[in-house]
Design a protein around this ligand. Structure first.
Ligand code: MCA
Ligand code: AMP
Length: 507
């Protein structure tokens, strides 16, 4: 009997009156009160008839209640399925259908758009707003602050996180109690989090970074979080004096460095700054140290695996590397064609194995087989090498992927959408260097013979159907796409052609 995640993250803090969440409105929720709130959500899920293993899809603003709903799912054995708040109705329709979610929770303002979609999928619809209102909030508020804890084993699913793919179809990564708990334990140990820590949390909680790397580690540590609804330089600077540590994507750190108030003095009390989700430029690493005296600790992970490697807490945090494998995580570099392990220093595809590696893709056994070897190694699709000192370097991507401000964008998904628009014969989407987001999206469009493309109409269609971060920020019409003799689009040529578009446009 037991529930691995509930026991480690929640039961461990029963009756504990120490602070857990410092909220933007200046109030603080202690651990015991948060547990009470979580139990109310667990009871609400039971009232709605949810069973262990049922998926609870959420498309809601970040708030203490959103986190309590996650905790309530863990308590009842429901599978938590968070969705990027930027997703449009047509994007959400896919996730609702594919996951077979039993309950969909959205912002009260989105009910009009989502009612039909959820109804035709046979999914219950409830609402929860970022400021504490909505039908699920009300249902939970009427429930007792104690709830049964569903028995779960380590191999049971705790969360389903969708991640896009090279085919353009998103895949649900099935994450178990073992996956999440083992990773939180490793990170806590490697990064020395304790109940004395206050983490400045400005990340979204619909991705692995903000939910599992940040929130799970703090739930395990018994420390507290400054839980900001979103990242702004102003809020981070004003809360920084109360924090001991911060996690972020590189864009957080470049934006902070652009503000002269972010100084050695402002950060002198900080214990740790961690970066991930996208490559941190060596230049940012160096500027950060020169300005603050702190060396950012860079780590590397994926939705399917949570975290795999980290630079050391003690010892050299090397710019341009993602450090060493975490405890119990094995990494190897293999030849992309043969799958044969390469020798030290050679560049190949990084594969990882360990208790952190997911169980497979939801209802996609073929995809799972392609990427998860029978011996347990997961093929990340990242190109890497391991140097003589054992540091892992991510040197590129074997997969066609753009990372913009820490969000992953698979060009295929956008190309399929653009190809379907009136007058478009074909399209190619690439990432171009962007001063704020690291990379951003560029689309090359080829019109059908004799047609002229209506770019404003295309931009309107893009805005209606694609989440903001996926929308091309630069569109160019070409007579034809560059191709090799085999007919394959030469994306490298397009990347070269568009290399400067955002540098020039940046103001
Ligand atoms: C917002 N916009 C973006 C992005 N974010 N465009 C490109 N890339 C982005 N990342 C667009 C919006 O659509 C909008 O466009 C305009 O920018 C302003 O929106 P706003 O919400 O105000 O943006 P922001 O506050 O400036 O957001 C930038 C951000 C945010 C703070 C960097 O994107 C962010 O919090 N990123 C973190 C992502 C993250 O948590 N990734 C972890 C994935 P318009 O004006 O046209 O409407 S997990 C992962 O990768 C693995 C496991 C790992 O290793 O961690
Ligand atoms: P996601 O699928 O959203 O979980 O994103 C995972 C991908 O982000 C990885 O496969 C890498 O390509 C990239 N990534 C995450 N952390 C880093 C890092 N520190 N350096 C380079 N790439 C990273």
């Amino acid at each position: 009997m037991g529930n691995p995640l509930y026991d480690a993250f929640f039961a461990a803090h029963e009756g504990c009156k120490t602070p857990f969440l410092h909220l933007a409105d200046g109030t603080t929720l202690n651990h015991a009160d948060f547990l009470g709130r979580a139990a109310q959500y667990a009871n609400a899920l039971n009232v709605l008839g949810l069973q262990p293993g049922d998926r609870v899809a959420v498309h809601i603003q970040k708030s203490s209640d959103a986190l309590a709903l996650y905790a309530g799912c863990v308590q009842t054995g429901a599978v938590f399925l968070p969705l990027n708040t930027a997703y449009t109705a047509s994007e959400l329709e896919y996730f609702i259908g594919d996951s077979g979610a039993a309950l969909f929770v959205c912002d009260p303002g989105d009910v009009g758009t989502l009612r039909d979609i959820t109804a035709s999928a046979g999914c219950i619809l409830h609402t929860l707003s970022g400021d504490g209102s909505g039908s699920l909030f009300e249902l939970a508020a009427s429930q007792p602050e104690k709830a049964q804890v569903a028995t779960r084993v380590e191999d049971d699913l705790a969360a389903l996180l969708y991640t896009s793919g090279t085919t353009g179809r998103s895949k649900g990564a099935m994450l178990t109690h073992r996956n999440l708990l083992s990773n939180a334990r490793s990170l806590l140990e490697c990064w020395r989090f304790s109940q004395n820590d206050t983490l400045l949390h400005a990340l979204p909680i619909f991705h692995s970074h903000g939910l599992f790397v940040a929130s799970n580690v703090m739930l395990l540590s018994g420390g507290s979080m400054i839980f900001l609804p979103r990242f702004t330089v102003e809020d981070v600077l004003s809360w920084l004096p109360r924090a001991t540590s911060m996690m972020g994507v590189p864009t957080f750190y470049t934006r902070l460095l652009d503000d002269p108030r972010f100084t050695k003095q402002a950060t002198a009390h900080m214990r740790l700054f961690i970066s991930g989700s996208a490559p941190l430029l060596a230049e940012t690493h160096e500027r950060f140290e020169a300005r603050t005296g702190h060396r950012i600790l860079e780590r590397y992970g994926m939705t399917e695996t949570s975290m795999n490697t980290s630079n050391p807490y003690d010892g050299d945090r090397r710019a341009g590397t993602v450090g060493f494998p975490l405890p119990d995580v094995e990494v190897r570099v293999c030849d992309a064609e043969t799958g044969k392990e390469l020798t030290q220093g050679e560049v190949g595809v990084l594969e990882v194995r360990g208790p952190n590696v997911f169980k497979g893709y939801w209802r996609m056994p073929e995809k799972t087989k392609e990427e998860l070897r029978e011996n347990g190694f997961f093929i990340t699709g990242d190109l890497a090498k391991i140097d003589g000192d054992g540091y892992v370097h991510i040197v590129g991507r074997g997969k066609d992927l753009i990372i913009s401000g820490g969000y992953n964008i698979y060009p295929k998904e956008i190309e399929l959408f653009l190809d379907s628009l009136d007058g478009v014969l074909e399209s190619a989407v690439v990432g171009a260097p962007h001063p704020d987001f690291g990379e951003s999206v560029v689309a090359a469009l080829v019109p059908e013979a004799g047609r002229e493309l209506d770019i404003p109409a295309i931009q309107d269609a893009v805005r209606t159907d694609l989440a903001g971060f996926k929308q091309p920020r630069h569109i160019e019409v070409l007579e034809e796409l560059p191709r090799n003799a085999m007919g394959k689009v030469l994306k490298n040529q397009l990347r070269e052609r568009f290399a400067d578009v955002f540098e020039i446009q940046a103001d």
